[in-house]
Ligand binder design. Structure first.
Ligand code: PEP
Ligand code: MG
Length: 586
């Protein structure tokens, strides 16, 4: 598999550990085949509007890629930025745009056919020019046109099923819904130019156990014509056309990882108990049905967070009550009596579900818009169907209901009313449901909710602290934006205080609480979280063995003393040192 082509290494964010080696598949390169058809006069405006949307979308993509390129140092970043700028200029008020609009109106053809015809003409014109620099611009025109056509013919769902087994997929960006379609047998690893470490695409990769690197600047352009690719999800590197030496070095590392996995398997049936005998509850976060098997394999005590979004992804319309019930039934049954915490729909933000596209709309600021429980309360039918499915599945195994993005006690009360109404309706129809009604808990992931935790505890049966969003909203750092990934820091004293405050409020109210953000699955944070009083952690199933291993080596008394020392610090650098020192010693 070693290549004669030059080896190129791209640095990015290693978001899902492991090493994958395989044939490269560059997603979305080139333009898809275009079919030309005639349109009616009355359709001209609609085709122009489609074209305008594609121009806007292409502009947004190119601006993000350009800013990303410029943010990396050195001449190559600048060169790439300039090239992307040139593509951008072609899209704004240029001959291309005017030409396409004219063709739609005069030739009465669909927008993608008009783009293709216009591109061919402009590119031909450039190649005729005597200046070799200008002649080379023909490729840029084709490139800009291909992007427009891709955005015009955008099929809502990407198919990875046709790829050869073990492929490595490279793309500008993958949405969480795209990642949900990846079968780990088909896709051995993936890498993208855009995306942050705590976004849902990264979370999905970790859940599926697919090694992934995001935020690798210049990747899609640099990897054109690539044959073999290595995705090093642990080290945050993508190696295109690796040499025989590089391949050998990575093979050694893969063998070491396989040995580690075998060691971890032996931990499965051992309790998660500290050296001074405190048992910690370790559960799994699950985004897709296939993960329940993994959760069981790694000895999870239950599912601490079932993200129900998967049921709404990659389809034309939302699932009804029965379909949701069937999907949940399979998952709850497969957990054999272990508790399953089902979170109601958390769409919005970066988690756009195509099936709800129209209802979500374009938010001014998606992270602060109609997300999660706000969406559900605005669309009672969708909430009612979901609550009904959860109540019904509660007759099959123990479940809890978890509400995302709660900010106020009023929101919890409103959902409780919906639960009562739906339960009554199901009982009237003699449909079996959970009896008693399952506990209703809330995510604490908005800083305001953490600060109001005492009041929220009065209307909630449990708390699940979502440190991914809590960190994002507290520090005003987008968790899915690779450009600010270096500033995303759950060890910021403000985030830690909010966790501590929430934990204390839950203890005062005597309600259970857990952490289900990504830090729960990172052994670096285990001592600190346990030291702050946390006894319940929920994480990607693949992280369970590592965290369990850490707990079994930990002295809780020492961890508590260290957590107190950490909470007296105001500087995140100092906090990190205190924590890392403790981790190396104890
Ligand atoms: C969180 O925000 O920490 C969380 C667990 O929820 P999600 O990652 O699904 O937003
Ligand atoms: Mg969240």
């Amino acid at each position: 598999m070693a290549s004669n082509k030059k080896e190129i290494v791209f640095e990015g964010l290693g978001v899902s550990p492991g090493i994958a080696v395989g044939p490269a598949h560059l997603n979305e390169s080139g333009a898809p085949t275009v079919h030309e058809y005639k349109i009616r006069k009355s359709d001209i405006d609609a085709q122009k509007a489609r074209f305008k949307q594609a121009v806007d979308r292409s502009g947004r993509q190119l601006r993000r890629l350009r800013d990303r390129a410029r943010a990396t140092h050195g001449a190559s970043g600048e060169d790439l930025g300039n090239l992307l700028d040139a593509y951008l200029q072609m899209l704004t008020g240029s001959r291309l745009v005017r030409g396409v609009e004219r063709r739609i109106a005069e030739s009465r053809i669909n927008a993608e056919a008009a783009v293709q015809a216009e591109i061919s003409e402009i590119a031909h014109h450039f190649t005729e020019l005597p200046d070799p620099y200008m002649a080379a611009r023909a490729d840029d025109v084709r490139e800009a046109g291909a992007r427009l056509i891709r955005n015009l013919t955008k099929t809502p769902f990407r198919a990875f099923s046709t790829l050869p087994q073990g492929s490595i997929v490279l793309a500008e960006e993958f949405s969480p819904a795209d990642a949900a379609l990846m079968d780990p047998r088909q896709v051995a690893g993936f890498a993208t130019v855009l995306g942050g470490p705590e976004g849902h695409t990264a979370i999905m990769a970790r859940s599926l156990g697919i090694p992934a690197v995001l935020g690798a600047t210049g990747l899609t352009m640099g990897a054109r014509g690539a044959e073999t690719v290595i995705v090093d999800g642990s080290g945050g590197k993508v190696v295109v056309n690796p040499t025989a030496n590089t391949l050998r070095a990575y093979e050694k590392r893969r063998a070491a990882l396989r040995r580690e996995r075998r060691r971890f398997a032996r931990l499965r049936d051992l309790p998660a108990i500290t050296r001074d005998d405190t048992e910690i509850q370790l559960s799994a976060n699950v985004e897709l049905p296939l993960e329940t098997a993994l959760a069981t394999r790694h000895g999870a005590a239950g599912i601490g967070l079932l993200r129900s979004e998967f049921m709404f992804m990659n389809r034309e319309s939302p699932p009804d009550e029965n379909e949701q019930f069937e999907k949940l039934r399979e998952m709850v049954s497969s957990m054999n009596g272990r508790p399953v915490t089902i979170r109601t729909l958390d769409v919005g933000g970066e988690k756009l579900a195509y099936s709800l596209g129209e209802q979500i709309g374009e938010a001014v600021n998606p992270a602060l818009g109609l997300r999660a429980i706000r969406f559900s309360l605005k669309h009672p039918r969708i909430l009612e169907d979901q609550i009904a499915a959860i109540l019904r599945v509660g007759a099959i195994g123990p479940v809890r209901i978890l509400l995302p993005m709660i900010a106020t006690t009023g929101e919890v009360r409103q959902v409780r009313e919906v639960i009562t109404t739906v339960a009554r309706r199901l009982k009237r129809r003699r449909i079996p449901i959970a009896d008693p009604i399952p506990p209703v808990g809330i995510m604490i992931e908005i800083p305001g909710a953490a600060l109001a935790a005492d009041a929220l505890a009065r209307v909630s049966d449990f708390f699940a602290i979502g440190t991914n969003d809590l960190t994002m909203y507290t520090l005003a750092i987008d968790r899915a934006d690779e450009q600010v990934a270096h500033l995303y820091n759950p060890l910021h004293p403000a985030v830690l205080r909010l966790i501590q405050f929430t934990a204390e409020a839950a203890l005062r109210a005597r309600i259970p609480f857990s952490i289900c953000g990504e830090i729960a699955g990172d052994p670096r944070f285990t001592a600190l979280l346990l030291g702050l009083g946390v006894r319940d952690l929920s994480m990607a199933a693949g992280s369970l063995p590592r965290v369990k291993q850490r707990i079994r080596k930990l002295d809780l008394t020492a961890a508590t003393v260290r957590a107190q020392a950490i909470m007296e610090q105001g500087d995140s650098g100092r906090i990190a040192t205190l924590l890392d020192d403790f981790n190396t010693l104890a």
